[in-house]
Design a binder for this molecule. Structure first.
Ligand code: FAD
Length: 539
């Protein structure tokens, strides 16, 4: 047996495992991905793709394809006792700092196909019909026992990532409790065409008494996914999460009857593509990591299906873990860097669990627009743009900041429009592409202040493989010598959205989060921060 069959073994080729494998390949990490099913999934649980996920897809060059395959949801309508009570438009134009202010409905199996095709382009492939049956780890490696069509095999790797869904064997082998509970009710789902007055490309929530029926658009003429509580005889199922896969799925008439009860007349369901019962749970693994084994996606957390968070959170887990593994395997990561995965993503999962639970339990209530700030603000929290790691270890900010600056270390770095003199406009997100971290130097005068200039020189000389430097100032004329690339920020809009009214440096991590920010006087502290995260620079 070779010393290692692969650096990282990814178990499970759902959306999270596929994102994990794609990201590892993009970072140049040799990895394998195994999947027990012999065929690609046709099951579509997740549908809502959030804004932050679209930003990640854009980084991979996949956002455009996703938008072509999916349906943009134009509004959310709330109907009570047959009357329209609230219509929240979601049809915003792209904002300078938010390129995808929208929710896209893209079926999970199509998302998987998109990621799987991209994995192939990057030189990887899903090994289908290969099931994990056991895991063992020693301090320097992990050995997975797998069942393949040719018999039992062992795969030795440096790290293993369990993306094997709600019933995760990896989690069980790690001996980790999956704390939480299932929700008592069973739900029915129908993927169906709707004849009648229902506005297409919009989501509708029908409320009457304690009954709620959700209809959200999917690709196809007047096609919707409808879900509601099953009030028929209770389903006996050992499964507490996901579709029940029963031999006799609900008849379309059940959904039609529920629709007739909650909506005003004139809607007819036809051409059903599939119907199913399903259940939901809320659970959180007690750890997301044990030694060299990590959990991501449903293997680590389950949320009720309110607000479309499960897959999106899982995709962000993979996005947040791959760069850490890549840094570690390149020899420029510390144990702190790997440990940060669990700290950050478990923090996020805890928050999402509480938020989705609240939303799930109050589905019969109208949106409390006051409490949510505004519909747009409400959308932003579901869009995962406000997910942040503020106050967690590993983030630093130094020096004075204008009071109104919203951006703190631990926040998502916003997009913005810049100009490259003589070459036209580009976006901050164009700068942040690639696999390294990025240091954004903001300054006002003609010259970069000495402290920032010294820091930039040092980074270029000693950390150029890990950190790319970019220089941004309001005025475009007379670029100071040696400062390249120098971008201009007309009107200072980007500096304002970063809260960089004075000369300062921001370190943006490869996952697009602000890890460190400081004014010029404190900029030198970045070196210590990088040493703690990536290890000291080799002489
Ligand atoms: C009704 C419903 C609606 C939902 N809607 C949304 C939504 O709109 N938006 C959203 O973000 N989320 C939604 N979710 C949640 C979403 O479906 C999940 O969060 C998502 O599928 C998790 O992806 P995953 O890759 O972690 O797990 P999975 O999709 O479950 O994939 C796990 C994979 O691992 C494989 N596997 C398992 N065990 C092994 C083994 N031993 N060896 C090898 N392979 C193995 C499985 O075959 C599977 O392919 C919804 C969930 C439900 C139930």
């Amino acid at each position: 047996m070779a010393e290692f069959e692969t650096e990282v073994l990814v178990v499970g080729a759902g959306p999270v495992g596929l994102m994990m494998a794609v990201e590892l390949h993009r970072h140049g990490v040799p990895c394998r991905i195994i999947e027990r099913s012999t065929e690609a999934s046709v099951e579509c649980r997740a549908l809502h793709v959030q804004s932050r996920t679209l930003e990640v897809l854009e980084h991979l060059g996949l956002a455009e394809a996703a938008m072509e395959l999916g349906v943009r949801v134009r509004a959310e309508n709330i109907w009570k006792d047959g009357s329209l009570l609230q219509r929240i438009p979601m049809d915003w134009d792209p904002l300078p700092d938010i390129p995808f202010p929208m929710m896209l409905n893209l079926e999970q199996n199509m998302m998987e196909a998109l990621l799987s095709d991209h994995l192939t382009r990057l030189g990887g492939r899903v090994e289908r019909g290969v099931a994990l049956t056991g895991v063992a780890q020693v301090p320097e490696s992990v050995t997975a026992t797998v069942w393949t069509p040719d018999g039992v095999d062992h795969i030795r790797c440096r790290y293993l990532v369990g993306c094997d869904g709600s019933t995760s064997l990896v989690r069980k082998e790690m001996g980790l409790p999956f704390e939480g509970h299932p929700y008592p009710d069973t739900y029915i789902m129908a993927d169906v065409e709707v004849e009648g007055w229902l506005a297409p490309e919009e989501s509708h929530r029908f409320i009457r008494g304690d009954e709620v029926l959700l209809a959200t658009p999917i690709r196809g003429s007047h096609r919707f996914r409808m879900t509601t509580r099953d009030d028929g005889p209770s389903q006996v199922s050992p499964s507490e999460y996901g579709f029940l896969g029963e031999s006799r799925p609900p008849a379309l008439q059940e959904m039609q009857r529920a629709l007739d009860r909650v909506a005003r007349p004139g809607l007819h369901l036809v051409n059903s593509r599939w119907t199913s019962h399903y259940r939901v749970s809320r659970r959180l693994a007690s750890r997301f990591r044990k030694g060299r084994i990590f959990l991501a996606g449903d293997a680590a957390h389950l949320f009720p299906d309110a607000g479309g968070q499960g897959m999106n959170t899982g995709i962000q887990d993979a996005w947040g873990l791959a760069w850490r593994l890549a840094s570690d395997l390149r020899g420029s990561g510390t144990w702190t860097l790997l440990g940060g995965y669990e700290v950050e993503r478990r923090h996020v999962a805890t928050e999402v669990a509480a938020r989705t639970d609240r939303a799930f339990r109050t589905r019969t209530e109208l949106l409390d627009q006051e409490a949510e700030g505004s519909p747009q603000r409400w959308m932003q929290s579901w869009a995962q743009l406000e997910t942040n790691y503020r106050d967690l270890p590993g983030f630093e900010q130094h020096g004075s900041r204008p009071e109104q600056a919203a951006l703190e270390a631990g926040d998502r770095a916003p997009d913005g429009r810049l100009e490259l003199p003589g070459k036209g406009t580009l976006r901050v997100f164009d700068l942040l592409k690639g696999t390294s971290s990025h240091a954004l130097f903001f300054f006002q005068g003609l010259e970069l202040p000495d402290e920032l200039a010294r820091l930039a020189d040092w980074l270029v000389q000693h950390r150029s493989r890990q950190v790319c430097c970019h220089f941004i100032r309001e005025t475009c004329s007379l670029p100071p010598e040696g400062l390249s690339p120098l971008y201009c920020d007309p009107g200072g809009a980007v500096a304002t959205s970063y809260g960089a009214q004075e000369s300062s440096v921001f370190l943006i991590r490869p996952d697009g989060y602000v890890g460190f920010r400081a004014d010029a006087e404190n900029a030198g502290r970045l070196l210590g921060w990088l040493d703690r995260l990536l290890g000291p620079v080799a002489d």
